[in-house]
Design a protein around this ligand. Structure first.
Ligand SMILES: Cc1ncc(COP(=O)(O)O)c(C=O)c1O
Length: 443
């Protein structure tokens, strides 16, 4: 059979509340144009994240125990919460992806790889004593959900071992990464995803895992280490702040869900269906000219908002503008991964330095939406794409010190028109008059 079906039956359903464009406009204003602040019931299709619902703290415990002020943690790309946890301690998070990572249109089978030469140069320059651990995020979420090859993991491990540095995975999407290795890396086609995952983890000294991704759970995560002394310190902190090590603050039901999820996520029919539905979305919008990060990643499609909306400079947040417009158009919530999330402050002038890319992530939640939902998303994106020239930028009117994208408030820049008016002007054409010179006619 050519048709790839959802390899599950739907047993519990949640009705979707349909909203009108006028209602969505007022919900946007109530949320200060921050899609994180929308009420979930007012979202028709929620592609904000493929993750569960609550925060996990494995990251906090790991970095509190291993890092101090002045430490540096290299990663292929630090995820936003990883970076924030490191910076909160006064340490520094450094991204060392391969150069292709920053070129959305460039195809590469393992675009999530770490730049191993840059890693070695970096360790020599700052000194291994300042680096308590090296991390590799599998898959690399921040720029496309891109996989890391086994060869790259092996090489990072070789470098780390040479300097006595432990290697940790941010393992949120380890199963998707393993499936990419099976599909794309020579020598792995006949291995099971489980065997590939085992080999990946054989190179790691520890990992953080938010089980709300490839643990297929609604909540929870865990932290692993092969260092007994470190494990003891981490358990002490866990007991102090969260709960006994056997449950870490989680209910028994959630622990069981994680155990089952970790098994089910390695089923290859599940991974095949998941990749097929993500590719379907990517192909249908890129074929119509929407610029996306190529090739599609394992959990999401990323639209290159900077390329799609060249009239909006990065300091007016093209990713935010596109994400807002998708909600306004069709009630679809997506996530800006760009200059709102990742801009840095210039150390002297204090001016904002835009992120390397302005992307909008359409994360596909696990086993939630069906084919017609994805078709609806394609239609909405194409509609916004048609009138992209009329979209304007935003400015931030209030923001917190850390992780500003979750709670910052925005407003449309002056001169930006409502979408009905934009449509009006987009459709202005010059027509010949029957009884006089040509004139501009609005249709
Ligand atoms: C790679 C990566 N690391 C860490 C996290 C944070 O996990 P949590 O949502 O449990 O805080 C995420 C969440 O999406 C992620 O994608």
């Amino acid at each position: 059979m050519k048709t790839i079906i959802e390899p599950f039956r739907v047993k519990v359903v949640e009705p979707i509340k349909m909203t009108t464009r006028d209602e969505r406009e007022s919900y946007l204003q109530d949320a200060a144009y921050n899609l994180f602040l929308l009420k979930a019931e007012n979202v028709i299709i929620d592609l904000l994240t493929d993750s569960g619902t609550a925060a996990m703290t494995a990251e906090r415990i790991l970095f509190s125990v291993m890092c101090k002020k002045g430490s540096i943690v290299p990663n292929n790309t630090n995820f936003d919460t990883t970076r924030a946890n490191i910076e909160y301690i006064g340490a520094e998070a450094v991204d060392l992806p391969i150069p292709e990572f920053y070129q959305p249109a460039v195809d590469h089978p393992f675009k999530g790889n770490m730049d191993t030469e840059a890693l070695e140069r970096f360790i020599k320059r700052v000194g291994p004593e300042r680096i308590p651990l090296v991390m590799v995020t599998v898959t690399n979420n921040s720029g496309g959900g891109q996989p890391v090859s086994m060869a790259n993991i092996r090489e990072v491990k070789r470098i780390c071992s040479g300097y006595g540095l432990p290697l940790y995975f941010d393992a949120c999407r380890f199963a998707e990464n393993a499936y990419f290795i099976k599909l794309r890396e020579a020598g792995y086609a006949n291995k099971s995803v489980k065997e590939i995952a085992r080999e990946m983890f054989s190179y790691a000294d520890g990992c953080t895992m938010s089980a709300k991704k490839d643990g297929l759970a609604n909540i929870g995560g865990f932290l692993c280490t092969n260092d007994d002394q470190l494990a003891q310190q981490e358990k002490d902190l866990l007991i102090l702040t969260e709960g006994f090590p056997t449950y870490g603050g989680l209910a028994g039901r959630d622990l069981e869900a994680i155990a089952v999820g970790l098994e089910e996520v390695l089923h290859e029919d599940y991974l095949q269906y998941r990749f097929a539905s993500i590719n379907y979305l990517g192909e249908h919008i890129s074929r119509a000219g929407v610029p996306i990060v190529q090739p599609p990643g394992g959990h999401a499609i990323y639209i290159d908002a900077r390329a799609m909306l060249p009239q909006i400079p990065p300091n007016q947040y093209p990713g935010q503008a596109l994400a807002i417009e998708l909600y306004r158009e069709a009630g679809i919530r997506s996530c800006e991964i760009g200059s709102v999330m990742h801009a840095e402050k210039h150390s002297e002038s204090g001016e904002e330095i835009p992120a390397a890319m302005d992307l909008v992530r359409l994360a596909i939640p696990h086993r939630v939406y069906t084919q017609s939902h994805i078709d609806y998303v394609v239609e909405a994106i194409l509609k916004v794409h048609e009138r992209r020239a009329a979209l304007g930028g935003y400015r931030i009117i209030s923001q917190p010190k850390f992780l500003r994208h979750f709670t910052a408030e925005f407003e449309p820049l002056e001169g930006q028109l409502g979408s009905e008016e934009q449509l009006w002007i987009t459709n202005t054409v010059t027509l010949p008059r029957s009884n006089g010179p040509e004139s501009v006619v609005e249709i």
